[in-house]
Design a protein around this ligand. Structure first.
Ligand SMILES: NC(=O)C1=CN([C@@H]2O[C@H](COP(=O)(O)OP(=O)(O)OC[C@H]3O[C@@H](n4cnc5c(N)ncnc54)[C@H](O)[C@@H]3O)[C@@H](O)[C@H]2O)C=CC1
Length: 416
């Protein structure tokens, strides 16, 4: 447990839940989805969801078939994807299906798809590639959702995919007029905080505009065409430097390379900034921020953003970790707390194996409420974010005041 006498925080004991990625074809089935599900779906959305239910049990086969169709019919597209497809292959399809499933959420979806379209520029994706992907998608669905594949269902998918691809194409075209497809950035700082966490500082080759709370994609020279998402761990700085928190995860090619191999002088590539977990500066409402593990990165950026805007508002940060020694950025957070009386940092740790497996981090937050009057910002492992959303909604925080990028963010965004 964090030592409250030493660091001045109020530690809270908690249990850890298993982290892990959500299943490919059912990402983000949390409270927000249930709220959306409560609205009657449009006829197209109904047909689309029925197709998705049909293929869910055979998702692996449908995914393999989708890529086989794509590459057999359009071998020229193979080079846009990484050499090794095993861990990557379902990402494109997953993003398309996520988008299709949420077709009724027009505003949220447009933002998500615009980000996807912009993000695809770095892969070399062009407008003429979209019909090829659409053909392969429909081919895979027709084969693996055969029992529910009627002319009406096919027409619904054609309409939906046309709308999805048009938003992506338009966003990419608009972006081309004002920003590069990608940025090169030199590693100028590499600080190993624990055996598997590094704080990395980069100097981009040209100005890199972004907003605190957003994230980007990173490609290393060691794993070409494999991109991973990381949040900016600091608000925009005058010197233009960018900071990221990276945990090397087992079998995580990019994260391991960045933690164990990267040194100052190495050059990596960045995609455009994306994400909507940004501070609403039009109000003075309090901010409730939950950061689990390296999920503390964007929370730190949000706090700096509040500092930069110069208006005092109540900011309550809960920083969760499995063990006390995993609180690798606590000193920085505490230094900010000492400077700003409106900022409160609490740690939530789970150093004993007796603790429950899921939900205790949000429970600890709940106990320190009430939070109904706060805007909530959640960042961390998917399980933590989902159970935190559930808990906050249950205790009366309106869903529209809860921000996170799960579902429209790192977990389901296309990564080739
Ligand atoms: N590096 C970055 O820029 C960012 C990383 N993330 C994500 O944050 C996560 C960080 O992973 P680690 O550092 O390994 O964190 P971790 O797995 O050690 O967990 C951090 C905290 O979350 C709690 N937790 C984990 N699973 C839970 C569950 N199912 N229910 C309730 N609480 C749970 C733990 O008890 C702990 O307090 C990764 O999934 C990463 O993708 C999110 C945003 C930015």
């Amino acid at each position: 447990m964090a030592d409250s006498r030493r660091n001045g925080t109020r530690p809270v004991r908690s249990g850890a839940g298993p982290s892990g990625n959500s299943p490919a074809w059912s990402a983000g089935r949390g409270t927000l989805d249930r709220i959306m599900d409560a609205k009657p779906p449009s006829p197209d959305a109904f047909l689309i969801r029925r197709t998705l239910q049909e293929i869910a049990p055979i998702a692996d086969k449908a995914t393999s078939y989708f890529y086989a169709l794509l590459f057999v019919r359009h071998p020229e597209l193979r080079d846009l994807f990484p050499v090794a497809m095993d861990t990557q292959r379902d990402r494109l399809l997953k993003a398309l299906l996520t988008a299709a499933e949420r077709m009724d959420d027009t505003a949220g979806l447009t933002a998500y798809l615009s980000g996807l379209g912009r993000g695809h520029r770095k892969y070399g994706t062009r407008a003429e590639h979209y019909p090829a992907v659409g053909e392969a998608l429909l081919g895979a669905l027709a084969r693996y959702a055969a029992p529910v594949w009627t002319p009406q269902t096919e027409a619904a998918w054609v309409r939906t995919y046309t709308a999805i691809s048009q938003i992506m194409i338009d966003a990419a075209a608009a972006d081309e007029r004002k920003a590069p497809a990608s940025w090169y950035a030199e590693v100028v700082g590499h600080d190993r905080r624990t055996s598997d966490v590094a704080v990395i500082t980069l100097r981009p080759d040209q100005p890199y505009p972004f907003v605190a709370g957003q994230y980007t994609t990173v490609e290393t020279p060691w794993w070409p065409r494999i991109w991973r998402h990381y949040s900016f761990a600091a608000a925009p700085r005058d010197d233009g430097l960018l900071t990221f928190h990276i945990r090397a995860i087992p079998a995580g090619w990019v994260s391991s390379a960045l933690v164990h191999r990267a040194v100052p002088g190495d050059v990596i590539r960045l995609g455009p900034p994306t994400g909507s977990m940004t501070v609403d500066h039009s109000t003075d409402d309090g901010l409730l921020c939950l950061g689990g593990g390296t999920g503390i990165a964007p929370i730190k950026a949000l706090v700096e953003d509040v500092v930069q805007h110069g208006r005092s508002r109540d900011v309550e940060v809960f920083y969760g970790a499995r063990h006390t020694h995993d609180l690798y950025d606590l000193d920085t957070m505490l230094a900010m707390q000492r400077e700003h009386p409106w900022l409160s940092i609490r740690t939530v740790v789970c150093d004993t194996p007796r603790d429950a497996l899921t939900g205790p981090f949000p429970e600890a937050v709940r106990r320190h409420g009430p939070w109904e009057a706060y805007d909530a910002y959640l960042s961390g492992p998917p399980g933590m974010v989902r159970s935190s959303v559930d808990t906050l909604v249950r205790i009366g925080v309106p869903a529209h005041r809860i921000r996170h990028d799960l579902g429209h963010g790192p977990l389901v965004t296309v990564e080739h």
